[in-house]
Design a protein around this ligand. Structure first.
Ligand SMILES: [Zn+2]
Length: 138
C-alpha cells in the first residue's frame, strides 16, 4: 500500500518532542537532542524541500554521548501515523538508553537487533551476548 507523504512542520516536531532541545549545530537536517544517562537520543528530520523525494523518513537515533558514535536508529515513515510511531519509538529508545552501561573496555553496552533476535553488544570491543526473552507465566 502506498501512503501519501506528510509534510511535517518544525513546530509540529518540536511539539512532539518535549524534553528535547533543538540542536542547530547539525547541518542539513533538523536535529532534536536529549541526553539520557550515557547516550544522546537524537531525532533527525530532513528540512523539507521540494527536491527531497529520497528522504522520506524521520530517524530516531542513539549516539554515544562522548564520541557521538551512532549506536541504534529507527526509521519513521512520514505517513499520517508519524506522531504515533515517533512517540512509540522515542519511548522505546529512551527506555533502552537507560539500560546502557559502560563496558570494561570503555565502550558502551547496548541492545542490538539481528536476524536471530536481540543481543547485547559493545560499541568498542567484540563482546556479544544473546538476550533470552523472559517467559511470562499467566
Ligand atoms: Zn567493550
Amino acid at each position: 500500500m502506498i501512503e501519501d507523504t506528510v509534510r511535517i512542520k518544525l513546530n509540529e516536531m518540536r511539539e512532539e518532542l518535549k524534553g528535547f532541545d533543538w540542536n542547530p549545530l547539525v547541518e542539513k537536517e533538523f536535529a532534536f537532542d536529549k541526553q539520557v544517562e550515557l547516550v544522546i537520543v537524537r531525532v533527525l528530520s530532513t528540512i523539507p524541500r521540494l527536491e527531497n523525494y529520497g528522504e522520506e523518513f524521520i530517524r530516531v537515533c542513539m549516539h554515544d554521548a562522548v564520541s557521538m558514535k551512532l549506536m541504534v536508529f529507527f526509521r519513521i515513515p512520514r505517513t499520517d501515523r508519524w506522531k504515533i510511531t515517533l512517540r512509540e519509538r522515542v519511548i522505546q529508545i529512551v527506555d533502552e538508553a537507560k539500560e546502557v552501561v559502560r563496558c570494561e573496555c570503555g565502550g558502551l553496552i547496548y541492545v542490538q537487533r539481528g536476524p536471530y533476535g536481540r543481543y547485547e553488544a559493545c560499541t568498542k570491543c567484540t563482546r556479544r551476548m544473546k538476550i533470552i526473552p523472559v517467559e511470562h507465566s499467566s
